[in-house]
Design a protein around this ligand. Structure first.
Ligand code: UT7
Length: 334
């Protein structure tokens, strides 16, 4: 279904914020932890370093709150006017008790309701769809969407195929009704649960509750069949982006920026090539942050916000565990 419509409220991103922890985990640091090397990691993923939230007493909410406060202070938002707080994450502070509720209370969003959204690396993309739908419906006026993950809390730092990829971070955007013709234009979202074991934390849920067996077998850490995920991601992220361009009659040269989930530079390159983009049209932060899961896209927006001009055409694309994936088209409204 094409979401293009006329004479209806469009949802616009009106504010952006972000946070990454100070501590850096470089490829050279990883060389001392597992059998790997900087040349392999750089050529296979594009990553040089990641940020790690080292303090064991600080969790995902800490970074989400920092990102939200950055947005609130940059754009002088009164937090009591926020209607809804969504946190996209796969690393909630607690398995039960929405991290978003804690974040909302901590930032003074006392008139908001709040919940978490779990769709792994597609979490922020799906969250944008949810936020835009609430605004489009006219039901709410200010939706704060945060993507935040403390991946270091679930990564196995003895597994060289996984630990080299991930980092910690958070980013936030505010969705409001657009005051002009720009905003959320279209989306194409998909999932395929038959591949859920290819990228997973096996235990701690209702299928494999925590047990001595789960602890002994390391089933509480993130595990991925790298090759399988890569193969799907390369084709589906590109397919989704191509579909969004096609049905909106957009050509590569008309796109201002691709804002892709940062899992592997080779996956992003494949998507950019498929839709005919030049390198300067593709936003990247994987080199310095690695894959921050739900935070990659809002961190890209935050790091590049000074570049955006009203009317710029942004294409978002993501692929992640579930599997979940998709692409979206937004015209920048401020
Ligand atoms: O964001 C959520 C979704 N996640 C993703 O999209 C990740 C998708 N997958 C990937 O990005 C890639 O599959 C990886 C980066 C995880 C792995 O890259 P790859 O090119 O698929 O490597 P591979 O697993 O095919 O391994 C190639 C070789 C193997 O050695 P042999 O069997 O050819 O001798 C691995 O043992 O590279 C070896 N290898 C490593 N060598 C040095 C695997 N990991 C490492 C490492 N350092 N860290």
């Amino acid at each position: 279904m094409n979401l293009k419509r006329t004479n209806q409220t469009k949802a616009a991103i009106t504010a952006v914020g972000g946070y990454v922890p100070d501590a850096i985990l470089s490829n050279e640091d990883l060389e001392k932890m597992v059998d790997t090397n900087d040349a392999w990691i750089t050529s296979r993923t594009g990553i040089k370093e990641r940020r790690i939230l080292k303090d064991p007493n600080k969790a995902t909410s800490y970074m989400a709150i920092e990102a939200a406060q950055d947005l609130i202070s940059n754009h002088q938002i009164d937090p009591s006017t926020i209607d809804m707080v969504l946190v996209a994450t796969i690393t909630p502070d607690l398995p039960v008790a929405a991290t978003a509720a804690y974040v909302a209370s901590s930032i003074g969003a006392n008139n908001a309701f709040a919940y978490d959204l779990s769709a792994a690396c597609s979490g922020f993309l799906y969250g944008m769809s949810t936020s835009a739908a609430y605004i489009n419906s006219g039901r709410y006026k200010k939706v704060l969407l945060i993507g935040a993950d403390k991946m270091s809390s679930i990564v196995d730092y003895t597994d060289r195929t996984t630990c080299i990829i991930f980092g910690d971070g958070a980013g936030a955007v505010l969705f409001e009704p657009s005051s002009n013709e720009f905003g959320w234009e279209d989306e194409y979202l998909r999932s395929d649960g038959t591949e859920r074991m290819s990228l997973r934390i096996k235990a701690g849920g209702s299928l494999y509750p925590t047990s001595q067996e789960s602890l002994d077998n390391n089933w509480h850490n993130l595990f991925q069949e790298g090759k399988t995920v890569f193969k799907y991601a390369v084709s589906e992220m590109a397919n989704a982006a191509e579909e969004v361009l096609k049905r909106n009659n957009l050509k590569g040269e008309e796109i201002s920026y691709l804002v892709p989930h940062q899992a592997n530079k080779r996956i992003v390159d494949a998507t950019a090539n498929r839709i005919g983009l030049e390198e300067d049209q593709v936003l990247m932060n994987i080199t310095y942050y690695g894959n921050t899961t739900a935070a990659t896209i809002p961190l890209l927006l935050n790091d590049n916000k000074s570049k955006f001009k009203r009317g710029d055409k942004l294409i978002f694309a993501a692929f992640g565990g579930g599997f979940t994936w998709g692409a979206a088209y937004l015209s920048w409204a401020y």
